[in-house]
Design a protein around this ligand. Structure first.
Ligand SMILES: [Zn+2]
Length: 724
């Protein structure tokens, strides 16, 4: 009850502050794909001189303060005459016929069809740039359809073969998305929040599972951060492959909704965006903090619940990607706005999440949570930046954090540590840690393995060269710097197992396309295109292996011939002779990432184009057609931040390099998610099962009674599941 009162108060006070209100009426006729709309805008001045409306939507009437005005349009912009005075009312009537949605990707503009209407932010209503607004939306669709927005459903009625509904914004909105379809709706009340699924009939049986998970995530984050900022959350299905987040709403393709990891993890990420990114908008001048914080509190947290080994493996993978980032793409967090390619995800999502991890390590979990709560309460329905986060965490922890945030948010790159001259006399351990100029200020964990109990220490580094002496009770056996990979740093190349995705991190990646026929080469080209995010420059084999990051794709026989001619290793045993297609990652002789993809013929190559992007985290994959038969990761080749002491000598020898080549082979699971649309997720077991693991960690307090109930139910029905 208290939460409801706070919510209404916040929505009321900020709505009053908004200077633009839309009163929209929209009629959709999916049979003919026609949209007819009118918008009555109340605008408080100073007033903008233009608004955007898609050129394909014809304006049938424009009135300003009751006077007809001929619409003056250039491209997508409608010019307004000078508007003196404090406030104006503008009425726009418009209509148009929309395209049907594509079935293989997210449409770029508004689309309509019997199977779904998707009107996303792109000027399907009169849009004033950078002006938050409130809205009332009356929508009218055939009775066989329903329509949904992020707002609060205030009224609905059916009659005369039509269904009508009125939605009202909960608070100032940045944009307005309207989706319609022939759905079955299911809902559930969770305190003051209405949970709804709007699913196509063929997947309507998923509704209960989604409502359970929605309730779990809303409970989780409300308890962790503070009240959910909206009055509803909708899960909406569309006929094209999508994974999109909007305020109080996530829009997913019917095929995507069937994937279990979507509701176990991606849904949590999207729900959390109701607080970070939507409820509190990103102040773009300081960079986008919302993806970093959401990744930390959703994706990373879910993996942390699986246990320390899984979390460490994920941190190492993120550090490996950061290590291989092309220098031009290794930008400061403050420069990240949105993810357009994997390299931006490495910085904006993963590096950012590691910064929040280091912050929690530094100030403690309690102060971290208190900082989150202060931040959420202070900036609800406003814009906020990294500096506001800093203020909240400083207040919560009583610590000065300006240097921490300046270093990790403003500075590009990451430190690189070197361990030198590690020695011991059995009672003392002495070593030197160096880093490049200018040095970073770091708190580095150190593990000393002894003949007795292990010794954990933390060392503060602020110089290029730091000499460290540690007294030990029992003779040391080994020394390891940052053994758990908790410090954001660039790894040594030998610490990074090659992975397929590494070639996507550098836009200068080249391609060699091989085959005996034009059709073979065309199929190889398709595979290369699916793996890379920008078209590669193609090289001929006549001039030898081109330098730098490289993809070699072609038929199995032609690729084998090239590898032999270039003096490269043949296909490794893990993939050789298996399946109909295979891909593996290795290092180019010049140290750059090298990925090799082979198919037994053109058809086998073509079959790899769709699944390959979804398994790009692996080091090697074997396919039967488009199905993943097996995949795995290469082991780490060396541990340069580890020194092993061999008694009785006092000198250290480097940690064993190139341990026998063990690969962790994972069970097959083919992905079918549009890589560009669905934010990459860590797979995990069901979120509630993870919450049970959380009972051993600091996140215990957030596992709610509701989750425990779900957990009890799911335990009763639990079946073994392949992990991903
Ligand atoms: Zn996100």
């Amino acid at each position: 009850m208290l939460a409801a009162a706070v919510l209404l108060l916040a929505a009321g006070s900020t709505a009053a502050a908004s200077s633009l209100h839309h009163d929209l009426r929209v009629r959709l006729d999916p049979e003919t794909r026609r949209l007819v709309a009118s918008d009555r805008l109340r605008l408080r001045c100073p007033c903008p001189g233009t608004f955007a409306l898609l050129p394909r939507l014809a304006i049938t009437q424009l009135t300003i303060d009751g006077v007809d005005v001929p619409p003056a349009r250039t491209d997508g912009q409608v010019q307004l005459p000078p508007l003196p005075g404090p406030a104006h009312t503008i009425r726009v009537r418009y209509r148009g016929r929309l395209d049907p949605p594509p079935l293989d990707r997210v449409p770029e503009g508004p689309t309509m069809s019997r199977t779904g209407t998707f009107l996303a932010a792109a000027a399907w209503y009169p849009t004033f740039a950078d002006l938050p607004f409130t809205y009332t939306l009356r929508v009218d669709v055939p009775a066989s359809q329903r329509a949904v927005t992020a707002g609060r459903l205030e009224a609905e009625a059916e009659g005369g073969g039509r269904w009508q509904a009125r939605y009202v914004s909960d608070g100032p909105a940045e944009d307005l998305t309207l989706v319609a379809g022939p759905w079955a709706m299911q809902d559930r009340q969770l305190g003051p929040v209405r949970l709804r699924t709007w699913l196509h009939p063929e997947i309507a049986d998923l509704a209960t599972a989604y409502l359970d998970k929605l309730a779990f995530f809303l409970d989780l984050y409300s308890a962790w951060i503070g009240p959910y900022p909206y009055s509803a959350f909708h899960v909406v299905s569309v006929p094209f492959p999508a994974g999109l987040g909007f305020p109080a709403m996530t829009v997913l393709g019917t095929s995507v909704l069937r994937l279990p990891f979507i509701r176990d993890t991606s849904l949590g990420h999207e729900v959390l965006h109701a607080w970070w990114g939507n409820g509190i908008a990103v102040d773009e001048r300081e960079g986008n903090w919302a993806e970093a914080l959401t990744t930390f509190m959703a994706d990373y947290t879910f993996v942390e619940w699986q246990g320390p080994d899984a979390a460490r493996e994920l941190r190492r993978r993120w550090l490996g990607d950061l290590t291989l980032l092309a220098p031009a793409r290794d930008v400061p967090l403050a420069a990240f706005r949105a993810r357009r390619h994997t390299a931006e995800q490495v910085v904006g999502y993963h590096k950012g999440a590691l910064v929040f991890l280091m912050l929690r390590d530094r100030i403690g979990a309690e102060a971290f949570t208190e900082g989150l709560r202060r931040f959420a309460a202070a900036h609800r329905f406003r814009r906020a930046g990294w500096s506001d986060l800093r203020t909240a965490f400083e207040a919560a922890s009583g610590q000065q954090l300006s240097a921490f945030f300046a270093q990790w948010v403003q500075r590009p790159g990451a430190p690189r540590l070197r361990l030198e001259a590690a020695r011991t006399d059995g009672r003392r351990l002495r070593f030197v840690l160096t880093q490049e100029r200018p040095p970073w200020s770091l708190e580095v964990p150190v593990l000393v393995e002894t003949t007795g109990a292990p010794l954990h220490q933390s060392i503060r580094l602020s110089d290029e060269r730091t000499i460290v002496t540690i007294a030990v009770r029992e003779p040391p056996r080994a020394l390891e710097i940052d053994p758990d990979a908790r410090v954001l740093r660039r790894l040594a190349r030998d610490e990074v197992p090659p992975a397929l995705r590494h070639v996507t991190l550098d836009p200068s990646t080249r391609a060699l396309v091989l085959g005996d026929t034009g059709d073979d080469r065309e199929a190889a080209r398709l595979v290369v295109g699916s793996l890379l995010e920008s078209p590669p420059s193609e090289h001929s084999t006549d001039t030898g292996l081109p330098p730098g990051p490289l993809v070699i794709a072609g038929t199995t026989a032609t690729v084998s011939r090239l590898l032999a001619a270039a003096g490269l290793d043949p296909a490794p045993a893990e993939v050789s002779g298996r399946g109909s297609g295979r891909a593996w990652a290795t290092w180019h002789p010049d140290g750059s990432p090298l990925v090799i993809v082979t198919g037994d013929d053109a058809a086998a190559l073509r079959a790899l184009a769709r699944p390959l992007p979804h398994v790009a985290a692996a080091s090697w994959v074997v396919f039967a057609g488009a199905r993943v038969l097996a995949r795995g990761s290469w082991p780490v080749a060396a541990h340069p931040l580890r020194a092993v002491f061999s008694p009785p000598s006092s000198g250290a020898r480097p940690a064993p390099a190139g341990a026998p080549r063990r690969t962790r082979e994972r069970s097959a699971r083919s992905g079918a998610v549009n890589r560009h649309d669905l934010e990459t997720r860590m797979a995990s077991r069901s979120a509630c099962a993870e919450a049970s693991a959380a009972s051993r960690s600091a996140t215990l307090a957030i596992a709610s009674p509701r989750c425990r109930a779900i957990l009890r139910r799911s335990r009763r029905t639990a079946r073994p599941r392949a992990s991903r």
